[in-house]
Design a protein around this ligand. Structure first.
Ligand SMILES: *Cc1c(COP(=O)(O)O)cnc(C)c1O
Length: 400
């Protein structure tokens, strides 16, 4: 759709959003801090008021600092009309949903979605008269069997949070399109570099930029990129809710974007090395990594994705929460904390079963989610090996 898409993603992330009118020749778009914008005359102010988008108008509407990042993210999604930025990934999910749904509508939400997304359906959409029905992440084309008269939108997240099922996004989008139903995806795991969602048929694609776009665990940021039919409603909803991203945070997002390709390829290599090693350890029952054949929906990953990133999970071979706590507390190279996508490795105990409603989730033992950062994978493996060897020696970890 635009010429920028003729070059490789690695090249695109370098040039994206760096328009001369915004950079004035500086390599990085400068940080413009603004609330009031001054006009020379009342006539100029009125002219700005008549077409306030993409020009200096008022701080809430952004400055070249935010426009540059938004433009860059649009450039990574061939077929997109534009991108809106948000102060967090959760705000991006909320605004995307509110821009397409109205009272009386029904939303189909993937059962493996990020828990705060589920909470938004329950605590905000339901009281507004918008019903949510959860569906099996592996539904694929069979999603059509769930469509009702008032089904307005299908929300996907692929791979799923915590459990990593890879959805058949093209099949779901084709089924939805045939019925005039809008499709949204939380594409935080893959980013547009490894899964350009709009090219696969999605209408609105959401990123928690906090994760890989910022990439350094030092800013909160979200984005929604939309096709032309849905971008105007998204922009209107966003403005009416007064959403704004601080220029300093947008600049951190743009800075992160420049190294996204090289970072993702390193996260990919490190995570695959660790995941394949985990598969060989007797203290591990199962690894949930989209690029490994044991992952539910792996065939969709192989068909549709250009790569895999640093986040995956493994189930311990038996044991209880106390054993899991000992394992995680004993690791030297893994931080314990929420979020992911930074340069550092993280380990987190996760429990998907109680947050499922359409499907049942069960594993042989407690689940540990890992984010593999940019450390040397051999050090991470040695660390995990010490912990898992201790777990096996405790007796609970022996595979039956
Ligand atoms: C972290 C995350 C979010 C929310 O992003 P925040 O910036 O933390 O609000 C949304 N979706 C997924 C898949 C996430 O991992």
């Amino acid at each position: 759709m635009n010429d920028e898409n003729d070059v490789r993603p690695a090249t695109r992330v370098i040039a994206a959003g760096r328009r001369k009118e915004w950079t004035q020749g500086v390599v990085n778009t400068p940080v413009w801090r603004a609330s009031t914008i001054l006009f020379d005359t009342v006539a100029d102010l009125r002219a700005a008021n008549a077409s306030p988008n993409d020009r200096l108008y008022y701080g809430r509407r952004g400055t070249p600092t935010q426009w540059s990042l938004a433009d860059a993210l649009t450039g990574l999604e061939p077929g997109a009309a534009g991108t809106m930025l948000y102060p967090s990934g959760v705000a991006a999910v909320a605004m995307a949903l509110l821009s397409v749904l109205k009272p009386g509508d029904e939303l189909l939400m993937v059962d493996s979605t990020y828990e705060p997304t589920r909470a938004f359906c329950r605590n905000v959409l339901a009281p507004m008269g918008i019903a949510t029905r959860f569906y099996d992440p592996l539904a694929g084309a069979a999603i059509a069997d769930l469509f009702q008269e008032n089904t307005r939108a299908v929300f996907m997240e692929s791979p799923g949070s915590l459990t990593f099922e890879v959805q058949d996004v093209p099949a779901i989008c084709a089924a939805a399109k045939a019925r005039g139903i809008v499709t949204l995806i939380d594409n935080t795991w893959a980013t547009p570099l490894f899964f350009p969602a709009i090219g696969h048929g999605v209408d609105l694609t959401i990123l928690a930029c906090t994760k890989y776009i910022v990439g350094h665990s030092d800013a909160m940021l979200g984005s929604v990129t939309a096709v032309p039919e849905h971008f105007e409603a998204l922009r209107r909803t966003t403005h009416q809710f007064g959403q704004h991203v601080a220029p300093d945070d947008a600049a951190l997002g743009s800075r992160g974007l420049r190294t996204l390709d090289v970072r993702l390829r390193q996260h990919q290599a490190g995570a695959l090395e660790v995941a394949r090693w985990l598969e060989t350890h007797p203290g591990v029952a199962r690894v949930f990594h989209p690029a490994l054949p044991t992952c539910p929906g792996h065939e969709h990953w192989r068909r549709d994705f250009r790569g895999s990133t640093g986040l995956f999970a493994f189930a311990m071979a038996g044991g209880d929460d106390a054993a899991r706590v000992r394992l995680i507390d004993g690791l030297d190279h893994f931080g314990i904390g929420f979020s992911w996508g930074g340069f550092e490795s993280l380990a987190l105990p996760v429990d998907p079963a109680p947050i499922r409603s359409a499907t049942k989730w069960q594993a042989a033992g407690p689940l540990v989610r890992l984010h593999i950062g940019l450390e040397g994978p051999a050090d991470l493996i040695a660390d995990l090996e010490r912990g898992l060897d201790r777990f096996v020696a405790e007796g609970a970890g022996a595979k039956a």
